[in-house]
Write a protein that binds this ligand. Structure first.
Ligand code: UD1
Length: 444
């Protein structure tokens, strides 16, 4: 593997915290790269086609490095060109089938090797994942679906162990909830199963269609991508393919919220507004003016946002990954709002951090009631996951004085070059070295 370093995506310096000086107004252009959630899953799906697969527009983030290491342990050769953002994955005829805990625990997306391995090798031992501290994130739908396809699955010593020595057989699967991960694992298992598989109540996230299109380029037969019924006709063998990763809709949405919160004017190059209809409608309700441009869209705000009620739901609903931004925007909005989290119960953990900046929020179960105030007040806070961390950086931009967002590595996992991009839009945001960070924390 070449071109990947331990600090992939940290942007400008080896830093552990973001130092944000507010208030700021963000103005200018920012480019959005391939989606973390698509790129990692495309990498895992590559296991299905022996030979040289190529992915384009892959973001330079630490999780890509972790997935690359996992694929290398499974016998692949991975080359990442961080200059032109391409990644080649040379997949052996018979990959190994064990995904070890030391890697899986760092990144939940590792579970996506389960479907391809059981389909290709007839067995898979995948450690039970950890990942972000944002909820219980079960695997029961993945396991029930693989069993329906004919695999024997049990868990032992912290591993999911799946076996299908005689291959998988197509069937009808109805998901209890449109889980993104379960839809991906079942789709990537079914493409090599005998006969037809129908997945009902499938997730409709654009990431699913992205993976589906990659599989189709490999020779898979899939219909209904983007709808809640996906039909897969199994084929015997897939061939290597080249595919460009979809632009990151969560990063795109983060920039849109940043424009509104800071009363700014940001043109998001590469952003796909059609993947963010509900979030953008909410921003318009808050007072934003949104216009499409030839290569993306522009979000302009010239007043304090109005409070808007928001509830997270599976796509095309409001994404759970933008819920922290919704809370942060309402924290400085005119009026009161309720933000309801329907996907992950642990996702309000960061609210206590936001309260340290002076936000007025009461959490009751999966509802957060927010009373907007005109400006927050800078303080040291802790990033608890990727999106909460990004939300806290945005909150720092609308806080008076210095905000230090500690454990910035969480943010790096989803936002390559975040500090650099923020600076290019006019913000005073820097990375702080651990030693300096301790000193500054002691002073603030
Ligand atoms: C979820 C998000 C996805 C986001 C990703 C990263 C949804 C529907 N999915 O995908 O958009 O990009 O997080 O933050 O918003 N569940 C089970 N059993 C299972 C699988 C899931 O109970 O076998 C539950 C989870 O605990 C959770 C819900 O279903 O409450 C959604 O899970 P799922 O869509 O699978 O999560 P991710 O794939 O991580």
């Amino acid at each position: 593997m070449t071109g990947l370093t331990r600090n992939a995506g940290s942007g400008d310096s080896i830093g552990d915290a973001f130092r944000v000086v507010g208030p700021a107004r963000l103005v200018g252009k920012v480019a959005v790269r391939g989606a973390k959630n698509s790129a990692l899953k495309l990498m895992a799906a590559s296991l299905l086609a022996p030979g040289k697969n190529k992915l384009l527009n892959v973001p330079h983030i630490a999780d890509v490095e972790i997935m690359a290491e996992l694929l290398e342990r499974l016998g692949c050769t991975v080359t990442h060109n961080t200059e032109d953002h391409t990644l080649t994955i040379d997949v052996p005829e018979i990959p190994a089938h064990k995904a070890d805990y030391d890697l899986v625990r760092k990144m939940r997306a590792s579970i996506n090797v389960l479907g391809p391995l059981i389909a290709r090798v007839g067995e898979a031992d995948v450690a039970l994942p950890g990942g972000d501290a944002i909820g219980s994130r079960g695997l029961d739908f993945h396991i029930a679906g693989l069993r329906a396809l004919g695999a024997e699955v049990h868990s032992e010593h912290g591993y999911v162990i799946a076996k299908a020595p005689n291959g998988l057989a197509g069937t009808n699967i109805s998901l209890e909830f449109p889980s993104v991960g379960a839809t991906e694992n079942l789709m990537t298992a079914a493409v090599l199963a005998r006969g037809r598989t129908v997945i009902e109540n499938a997730a409709r996230e654009p990431d699913i269609a992205d993976i589906g299109e990659y599989l189709i380029a490999m020779g898979a037969k899939i219909e209904g991508l983007g709808s809640s019924t996906i039909t897969i006709e199994g084929v015997e063998r897939l061939r290597p393919a080249t595919h460009a990763t979809l632009a990151d809709r969560i990063v795109t949405g983060t920039w849109a919220f940043a424009a509104v919160m800071t009363q700014g004017d940001i043109t998001i190059i590469g952003g796909r507004p059609e993947h963010l209809e509900i979030p953008l409608d909410k921003l318009v309700a808050a007072g934003a003016v949104i216009t499409t441009t030839p290569d993306g869209f522009r979000v302009k705000m010239d007043r304090r946002p109005s409070a808007v009620d928001i509830a997270t739901l599976p796509y095309p609903g409001f994404p759970t990954d933008l819920q922290p931004m919704a809370i942060c925007m309402n924290a400085i909005a005119q009026g009161h709002a309720i933000v309801t989290e329907n996907v992950f119960e642990g996702r309000f953990m960061f609210v206590n951090e936001l309260k340290r900046l002076g936000a007025t929020i009461t959490v009751d179960g999966h509802h957060a009631a927010i009373n907007g105030i005109s400006e927050l007040s800078g303080a040291p806070v802790l990033a608890t996951d990727i999106r909460a961390g990004a939300g806290l950086v945005l909150a720092g931009l609308v806080s008076e004085g210095v905000t230090i967002v500690e454990d910035g590595y969480h943010v790096d996992r989803g936002y390559p070059d975040f500090a650099e991009d923020l600076r290019s839009l006019g913000a005073d945001v820097t990375r702080i070295q651990p030693k300096l960070k301790k000193l500054l924390s002691a002073l603030t």
